[in-house]
Design a protein around this ligand. Sequence first.
Ligand SMILES: *[C@@H]1O[C@H](CO)[C@@H](O)[C@H](O)[C@H]1NC(C)=O
Ligand SMILES: *[C@@H]1O[C@H](CO)[C@@H](O)[C@H](O)[C@H]1NC(C)=O
Ligand SMILES: *[C@@H]1O[C@H](CO)[C@@H](O)[C@H](O)[C@H]1NC(C)=O
Length: 360
Amino acid sequence: MNDNHPEISIKSFQSPVNENIELDTVIAVVSVSDKDSGDNGVVDLRIPDNMPFKLRESSDNYYELVVSEPLDREKVPEYDVTFTVTDRGSPPLSDNETMTLELLDINDNVPQFPQSFYTIRVMKNNAPGALLSSLTAFDPDLHENQYLVYFILEKEIANTSMSMLFSINPENGNLYALKTFDYEIEKEFLFHIEARDSGSPPLSSNVTVHIVIVDQNDNVPVIVSPWRAHGSVVEEKIPRSTDKGSLVAKVIGLGSVSFLLLITILVTIVLKCQKPKPSNAAPPCRNSVISERNSTIADSTLVSNDAYWYSLFLAETRKGKMVVRQPVPKGSRYIVSSIPRGTGLTDTSDSAASTLQRRR
Ligand SMILES: *[C@@H]1O[C@H](CO)[C@@H](O)[C@H](O)[C@H]1NC(C)=O
Ligand SMILES: *[C@@H]1O[C@H](CO)[C@@H](O)[C@H](O)[C@H]1NC(C)=O
Ligand SMILES: *[C@@H]1O[C@H](CO)[C@@H](O)[C@H](O)[C@H]1NC(C)=O
């Protein structure tokens, strides 16, 4: 008579195990028994088909549960393994036992940003400390393998560190501008932001951030000629006998909106004027230009007025120098430095990432 149930006895069960456990590792040892004799006492042990494990008979009525496929905690964090034993009686009797296998996290996922390239537009004259964007990455691992730290990858160009211009909250990836950007000086910045998890060893990934300073029409047009240091009142003396239609004064007004166009025109004019005239004075003149170019001392002048800046620009450009304007904090003043061409800012092309910032 098949009057005895087969029985399952779990001899050992290893849980939790690392998700990167090697194939063929023994998770459990199970023994089965049935007190009946003949077919009524012959038993079969099985587990569900769709599991990354298999049963291997190790000795008579002893089975090992081994890993047969790679495990991934991020896909299935734990398995309920049901062992079912059935005898060959008629009708068959069965027994089952369920064990839960838990998987431990391994730092096997790199932090992921939703995009690999971020273009962030910033209105010029932005408030310092303004939030520009939030660059959040995701890491599907657990605990410290998931905790991300954000930082700006430094690439120092001309002694300007990106960390002096931008700041990122290491915990949430909020990106801030640390200073007010002036479209007339800086038009764009390019740098990388890295997200690194706290696993051991840590994994990281980075994104490229392109900051574009967007222009606003905030420059009042100024009269640059005839030049007056203070105010816009200009006196011109004209003889009583002046004919109708004769020239009194020229007034070419500027607005920085068309600044780029203007600079292009001015540079073209200056270059044309610089062409050596076929006169005797040409050789010494050329020498003086060369000696100016060889100078390595940059002159700096404090400028509080756009018009004065233009006249400086013209004068320095005629000497073959490059002129750089930097804003002075708290005010509309600038420090204007002239740099001999061929040195300084334009020579940083080997580090392409951050050179865009001072390009004109
Ligand atoms: C396990 O055994 C119980 C009775 O002990 C039964 O109700 C259940 O259906 C069995 N489960 C499986 C999966 O065979
Ligand atoms: C950068 O700063 C160092 C010292 O702080 C100075 O020696 C070097 O000339 C500077 N480089 C540029 C390009 O300004
Ligand atoms: C940024 O990540 C890429 C891989 O996505 C890597 O090749 C590159 O070295 C990283 N850059 C830095 C500066 O870490």
